[in-house]
Each structure stands twice: as C-alpha cells, then as structure tokens.
Design a protein around this ligand. Structure first.
Ligand code: NAD
Length: 297
C-alpha cells in the first residue's frame, strides 16, 4: 500500500531512511533546513516541500529525524507547531534520539489532537540507514506500532517494543551509553597495543575473534585504515558525530540522576567525549575519540 509520508530532517540518517521509503513505493514530501539535503531526495523521486508544515500537509504518516530534544519540541509544539498542521489520525514516527520527557511531552500533546505518535529512535549507524537494516526501539501504544510496522520495515530489520511513550528513548539511551563506553575502550586498547609495537590490523583481527570483541571491532573500527568503509578510514567524516554522542551521554547522565542510578563509566565516557569535543572535534565521527589516545606521527 502506497502512502503519503511527510519526512523532516534529511541528515546523515534521515536522508538514507527517506530514500528507502521512496524505494518502497511511498510518496514522500520532504523538508530540511539545508537545501542540498532536500535536493538529494528530490533526485531520488521525493517532492520538495517549502516548509515543515507543507511537508506534513495531507500526509498519512509523518517521520522526523532531528538532532536533539530542543529541535523536536521546537518543531512540534507551540501555537504554530507542526501538530497544528498534521491531520488527526495521522501516524507520527519520531525517530530522533531525545530525552524521554521530551518524547512523552510531545506524544501527550499529539494525543490531545487525536494524532498517534511513537518514539522510534534507531540503532545501526549510517551504514544501517543506507542498507535499510536499522533497529527501531519503539515507545507508545502497541496498536500504533502495528500500524507503523510496514514503514519501519522499509527502513529497518529489527523492531522492538520497549514500552509506553518515552520507553523507546530510555532503551536507546542505555544502548548509546554502552556504545560510547565501548568505543572509548576499543580506542584505548588499540592505542595500548600499538604503543607496544603491535600492528593495529593484527590486533583488531585478534580482538574481533576474542572475548573483547564488540560492535566497534566488528563493524566500526576507530583506527584509520583497518576497515575500508568505517568513518576512521575517511578522515572521520560522516557517521555519528562526537557532539551527538555527547548529547546521548548527557541524556544518560540526566536519566541516571533522575532515577538515582549509578553510572560511573557512562559519566567518565561523557567527560572523555566532552574533552574531545572541546578540542575542536565535535563534528567528526565519534570513533575519532581515538585521537585522545593516539596522535599519528
Ligand atoms: P544530522 O545533523 O546529520 O541531521 C539532522 C538534520 O536535521 C540536518 O540535516 C538538519 O538540517 C535538520 N534539521 C534540524 N532542525 C530542523 C528543522 N527545524 N526543520 C527541518 N530540518 C531540521 O544528524 P543525524 O546523524 O542524521 O542524527 C539524527 C538523529 O539520529 C540524532 O538524534 C542522532 O542522535 C540520532 N542517531 C544518529 C545516528 C548516526 O549514526 N548518525 C545513529 C543513530 C541515531
């Protein structure tokens, strides 16, 4: 079944996700603040909208993929927010990684207007977005998830229902706190091996088949030249930005304080990425955390 989909936020993740919805046969009305991002989608067959409100006009489904809570709240809420332009009964898939309270706030405002909304943050990186193999971690009503499934399946492979509104964000934040720790730990281990005379490729091959293996050693090695397609081999361009990881570790810290949980490694990782960002690397891929440990000669 072909639907009209309003898609807003066509960055590293949103761009390829929107492309996959076009490939699945849907009519896409797209908007981004960056005109080049919109052009890429128009070439793929989408229609450029003049504003976010124009993108959602007449849409059965709305998808947003924005940087952070303030962008999501700023777009949807308020007197002339997007919720006033979306048709009642439309289905909204909010895929950005944001604070669980923000997700709950926007979802409650949507429900007041009869709009069905799910928080559906993703995991799998830009590679997963391009390949259509993302993992969706969904919060909201089970019935709404069933309505959303065909659209999510066009962009991803694994779909999880974490719980009520906001629960998708809680699960996503836990995952990304672990990812931030694992990437810093992987960089630290590789730098230790190289400082002691090992070849980074040989050490990576060994770890990838030993008990220290993880997503970074399997798919996203932080050492330049070890994996041809990883951001590390492309000057740390593209991928998942340091400042986005820093945002997610900040969300983990907030969630930890609110629940009086204990997250010492998450806090340490947040400080490492904050230091790295302060050294001018905020826009690089997060695997560039290696630079804290190793300066190429
Ligand atoms: P990005 O910065 O590449 O893209 C965000 C896009 O949103 C930009 O093109 C920007 O112009 C647009 N935008 C911002 N405000 C807007 C507005 N008001 N109206 C229209 N467009 C607007 O970020 P990204 O890497 O695509 O990440 C998006 C979200 O996905 C973030 O929450 C991030 O944490 C999450 N995420 C990213 C990755 C990754 O690997 N990059 C993986 C999983 C989750």
């Amino acid at each position: 079944m072909s639907s009209t989909i309003g898609f807003i936020g066509l960055g590293h993740m949103g761009g390829p996700m929107a492309q996959n919805l076009v490939k699945a046969g849907h009519r896409l009305q797209v908007f981004d603040l960056v005109p080049q991002a919109v052009q890429g989608l128009v070439q793929a067959g989408a229609t450029a909208a003049a504003s976010a409100a124009a993108a959602v006009a007449g849409a059965d489904v709305v998808v947003t993929m924005l940087p952070a809570s303030r962008h999501v709240e700023g777009l949807y809420l308020g007197e002339d927010g997007l919720l006033t332009a979306i048709a009642p009964r439309a289905l909204v898939l909010e895929c950005s990684t944001i604070a669980p309270e923000s997700a709950r706030k926007v979802s409650a405002a949507a429900a007041q207007r009869g709009i069905r909304m799910l928080d559906a943050p993703v995991s799998g990186g830009t590679g997963g977005a391009v390949a259509g193999t993302l993992t969706f971690i969904v919060g909201g009503a089970a019935a709404d998830l069933e309505s959303a499934r065909p659209y999510l399946q066009a962009m991803g492979k694994n779909i999880f229902h974490a719980g009520d509104a906001g629960a998708g964000q809680v699960a996503k934040i836990c995952n990304n706190m672990l990812l931030g720790i694992l990437m810093a730990g992987t960089a630290e281990a590789l730098a230790l091996g190289v400082a002691n005379g090992l070849d980074p490729r040989t050490l990576s091959d060994i770890i990838a088949k030993s008990s220290g293996r993880n997503w970074a050693t399997e798919l996203y090695n932080p050492w330049p030249g070890v994996m041809e397609n990883a951001p590390a081999s492309k000057g740390y361009a593209g991928g998942f930005g340091v400042d986005l990881m820093l945002k997610d570790l900040g969300l983990a810290a907030e969630a930890s304080m609110q629940a009086r949980a204990t997250t010492p490694l998450g806090e340490l990782a947040r400080n490492l990425y904050a230091l790295h960002s302060a050294q001018g690397h905020g826009m690089l891929d997060f695997s560039s955390i290696l630079k804290l440990y190793h300066q190429p000669r």
